[in-house]
Design a protein around this ligand. Structure first.
Ligand code: ADE
Length: 347
């Protein structure tokens, strides 16, 4: 099981968490992952950039430039890395920043790569600095420098690597050091998917799982998935169970609504943790502005979880606003949670 998988998720976030959970590694869920560009829906500009880079590299008989993907969890960074490997006809080795404890771990992976292979490093911003330094010559010159002995007796030996492509993924590009960031030839940010694309993904996944879904059911599922394909696929499994046990097996708007109410997912796809986040700003901090550390302390949640998993979607739908003095709840958030907007404006 890859190291980035969160084995204990927050009770509140559950299957609505964008983060990778054990369920995402189940064969049935993995089978929904598109394997090439022709099956990949959404992120059209990124797909176009990658297709051109791959075609050009193949014509020149070179590996493609190193690629860095940035964006919230669940939007397809890992999927795109697998697709690049498939389209390039190379193998992919998957690891993550926190799993690379020592320089030796990384060297072991690098020396086993063949020409044109992909090394995928998830959460690359969490790679230790000492390991990162081995990556610089590997990315730039396709070489690693072994250092023997220390101090006066230190000698180094350069070991040639096969030409490979590093694909890095991060939820926090700001935490990447400039020397590492600058060594990627292609840098793209993935954005949340629009509802139309999520509807197509819902239909595609339902067809692969051999479950019937009608048009309104697909739209409702798309609406409640926080702009995130990974969440579409997780919710689809829950709704499939509900439709099988409580209805005639067909996924409709009604079965989606009933099944997802049981999961604590509201009409906008918000979870309990999302709602608690916004309510904390409104009730404890008078609508904000308030610093993220204060919100994390009140909620007794990790700041990183709030910044990486909870906030991006709330920012996207305009429920919170980030200002230089902290986070504020928007009027739309007040309305959605049933607070009087008048009350806020006159306070
Ligand atoms: N499943 C998960 N993400 C997908 C995507 N972008 N396109 C098609 N199916 C998906």
């Amino acid at each position: 099981m890859p190291d980035d998988i969160i084995t204990q998720s927050s009770d509140d976030q559950g299957i609505l968490s964008g983060s990778c959970l054990p369920i995402d590694q189940e064969p049935e869920i993995l089978s929904l992952r598109p394997e090439n560009f022709s099956d990949y829906i959404g992120q059209s500009e990124i797909v176009e950039t990658l297709k051109i880079a791959i075609q050009a590299a193949q014509q020149r008989k070179e590996p493609i430039d190193h690629v860095l993907f940035h964006g919230p969890p669940g939007l397809g960074k890992t999927t795109l890395a697998h697709i690049i490997a498939n389209e390039m006809g190379g193998k992919i080795t998957v690891t993550s920043g926190p799993a690379l404890d020592k320089g030796g771990d990384l060297i072991g992976l690098l020396t086993h790569l063949e020409e044109g292979d992909i090394l995928f490093v998830d959460e690359i911003h969490r790679m230790p600095k000492a390991v990162e330094e081995f990556l610089y010559p590997a990315m730039e010159d396709f070489a690693v420098d072994f250092v023997f002995d220390k101090g006066f007796h230190a000698r180094s030996h350069r070991y040639k690597l096969n030409r490979f492509t590093l694909v890095g993924a991060t939820t926090r590009v700001g935490l990447l050091s400039a020397p590492l960031r600058d060594r990627f030839g292609i840098f793209r940010s993935l954005d949340f998917y629009n509802e139309q694309d999520l509807v197509i993904i819902s239909r595609r996944s339902a067809a692969l799982l051999e479950v019937k879904i009608d048009d309104k059911g697909a739209w409702e599922l798309a609406k409640r998935s926080r702009g995130t394909p990974r969440i579409v696929n997780r919710l689809l499994k829950r709704v499939r169970d509900y439709a099988q046990v409580k209805a005639d097996g067909v996924i409709t708007k009604e079965t989606v609504n009933a099944a997802l109410s049981l999961e604590g997912v509201d009409e906008k796809g918000l979870t309990n943790l999302d709602r608690r986040f916004v309510k904390t700003i409104i009730e404890f901090y008078n609508g904000g502005p308030v610093g993220i550390e204060a919100i994390a302390a009140t909620l007794q949640e990790e700041t990183d979880t709030l910044v990486d998993v909870v906030e991006p979607y709330l920012l996207k739908i305009g429920f919170i606003i980030r200002t230089s003095s902290g986070r504020k709840a928007s009027e739309a958030a007040y309305r959605h949670l049933g607070y009087s907007v008048q009350k806020k404006l006159f306070q």
